[in-house]
Structures are given as structure tokens and as C-alpha cells.
Write a protein that binds this ligand. Structure first.
Ligand code: HEC
Ligand code: HEC
Length: 222
């Protein structure tokens, strides 16, 4: 009888403790989910290759992504995930990025990290490429500027990304991939197909070097 009384006396305390524990656990889980979904926290895993400011790391083949259009970034992350980009077995940098994109949990994580990256201050390459600027300027304005903008700043309405911060090796590699049917071949990938058509119109490597020299002069502090 006495024992039963004791049980009755402690039961409300146990329930209360249980309730408090449940709330504490729920609170912890919610805040953990919020942290994991926070764009800045997600970006930490990108910074290892793309640099702490998203400025890129040419040694790791990782291009600058800071300040790039959010919709463009999201599209590329989706393309890496669904193997529209980076699926060619010879494309080692593409395969690396495919693994990084696959590590993002879902569409929410993709759009959170994309908007964080898009909000980072734009960067320019540390060592601008050299070339014949006269030829590069003429070719750029004739063949590229209509989509990528007069100062290679990009044009979101035309889905054309900013080029000004991208290192020369990265741009040459992408150009070759568009030209050779590695990137921009999927029938659903309209922006990629547009760029693939354009890449076939630049005849020589020297011309592309000159165009890149022009691009690297853009967006720099004067
Ligand atoms: C292991 C290194 C590595 C990590 C980690 C990584 N990337 Fe990349 N990323 C690359 C490489 C290499 C490329 C270039 C791929 C190519 O040449 O096609 C790339 C390309 C990209 C592109 C395409 C850029 C463009 O201009 O088209 C985007 C966007 C991108 N990464 C975003 C991210 C984001 C966001 C994260 C973090 C969630 C991330 N990356 C993590 C290595 C990495
Ligand atoms: C008809 C519009 C159009 C023209 C003209 C054009 N581009 Fe593009 N370009 C695009 C679009 C759209 C994309 C994005 C493709 C995608 O989403 O994969 C792109 C992508 C690129 C990329 C890849 C960027 C990255 O971050 O990976 C490079 C490099 C590039 N263009 C260079 C050039 C150069 C150089 C010229 C001129 C010779 C040029 N483009 C002309 C529309 C154009």
C-alpha cells in the first residue's frame, strides 16, 4: 500500500521529466536541421575546393563561384546530380564536382547553398591572362557579349553566366567540352545547347586566348 502511494507520487514527476526531455530533443533536432540547411554552413564543404571566398582554386580545377547568378548555380548543381554534366569518364574535375553535388541532401539544400554563394562578393582572377587584346575585344563583342554582357558580367535573363572571375584553364576546358559534345548535349539542356553551338564558331585556340585576355580585364577595380 505504501509502495503504491510512492509510485503514484513519483509518476507525475516522471511524466514531466519525459515531457521536458521530449521537448529538449525536438528542439535540438529542429536546430540541427536548421544549421544543416543554412547556406553558410553548407558552403563550408564547398570552400575546401572553391576557396573560403568562393574565389576558386585553379590547382584543384575548381572555378570561382562567388557572386555567380543563383539560378545558374542551381542549374549546374542539378546537372551534376542528374549526370547532365560531369558524367564523361575522362572528365575528372566534372566527376569530382558530381560527388560534391551528390552530397547535398535535397533541393532545399541546393537552393540554400546557391543563394549563399550568389550573395558572396564577386572575385576576379589574381593573374589575368595575356593575349592580343585588340583581337580579343573585337571577337568578344562580336561573338560573346550579346549573351554574356558587354563586360562579361553575365545576363541572367539569357541564362548566360558571369565569366569575368573564371580562370583561363577552366574556361578553355568548358569551351572544349561544349565544342566536343561533352557538355550541353542533353535535349532538355537548352542553355547548354546554345553555348555548344557558339563554341563551334571560335576557330583557333589563339582566338580563345585573346577572348579570355579581354574577359580578364573586366570587373577589375580601376
Ligand atoms: C572536391 C572538390 C570540390 C568540392 C568539395 C566542391 N566542388 Fe564545385 N567544382 C569542383 C570542380 C573541380 C569543378 C569544375 C568542374 C568542371 O570542370 O566541369 C566544380 C564546379 C562547380 C560549379 C560549376 C561552376 C560553373 O561556373 O559552371 C558549381 C556551381 C560548383 N562547383 C558549386 C559547388 C558547391 C555549391 C559546392 C559545395 C556544396 C561545391 N561546388 C563543392 C570541385 C569541388
Ligand atoms: C547565345 C548566347 C551565348 C553566346 C553568344 C555565348 N554564350 Fe557562353 N554561355 C551561354 C549560356 C546560356 C551558358 C550557360 C550554359 C549552361 O547553363 O550550361 C554559357 C556558358 C559559357 C561558359 C561556361 C561558363 C561556366 O561557368 O562554366 C563559357 C566559358 C562561355 N559560355 C564562354 C563563351 C564565350 C567565350 C563566348 C563567345 C565566343 C560565348 N560564351 C558566347 C550563352 C552564350
Amino acid at each position: 500500500m505504501k509502495r503504491k502511494n510512492n509510485e503514484q507520487a513519483t509518476a507525475p514527476h516522471d511524466r514531466l521529466r519525459e515531457l521536458v526531455l521530449t521537448f529538449a530533443t525536438l528542439f535540438l533536432m529542429c536546430s540541427m536541421a536548421a544549421v544543416a540547411n543554412d547556406g553558410g554552413t553548407l558552403f563550408a564543404q564547398c570552400a575546401a575546393c572553391h576557396g573560403s571566398k568562393g574565389e576558386g582554386n585553379a590547382t584543384l580545377n575548381a572555378p570561382a563561384i562567388a557572386g555567380q547568378d543563383a539560378v545558374y548555380i542551381e542549374r549546374q548543381l542539378r546537372h551534376f546530380r542528374n549526370r547532365r554534366r560531369g558524367a564523361d569518364e575522362a572528365d575528372v574535375p566534372g566527376i569530382q564536382m558530381q560527388a560534391a553535388a551528390a552530397a547535398l541532401a535535397d533541393d532545399t539544400a541546393i537552393s540554400k547553398v546557391a543563394s549563399h554563394v550568389a550573395g558572396l562578393p564577386k572575385t576576379v582572377v589574381a593573374n589575368p591572362a595575356s593575349g592580343n587584346l585588340r583581337n580579343g575585344t573585337t571577337l568578344y563583342h562580336g561573338k560573346c557579349g550579346a549573351c554574356h554582357g558587354g563586360q562579361a558580367e553575365g545576363n541572367a535573363a539569357l541564362k548566360a553566366p558571369r565569366l569575368a572571375g573564371l580562370d583561363a584553364e577552366y574556361m578553355k576546358r568548358q569551351f572544349a567540352q561544349f565544342r566536343d559534345g561533352v557538355r550541353g548535349t542533353d535535349p532538355q539542356d537548352t542553355p547548354g545547347r546554345q553555348m555548344a553551338m557558339m563554341a563551334k564558331t571560335v576557330a583557333t585556340g589563339r582566338d580563345l586566348d585573346d577572348i579570355i585576355a579581354f574577359i580578364h580585364q573586366q570587373g577589375r577595380p580601376k
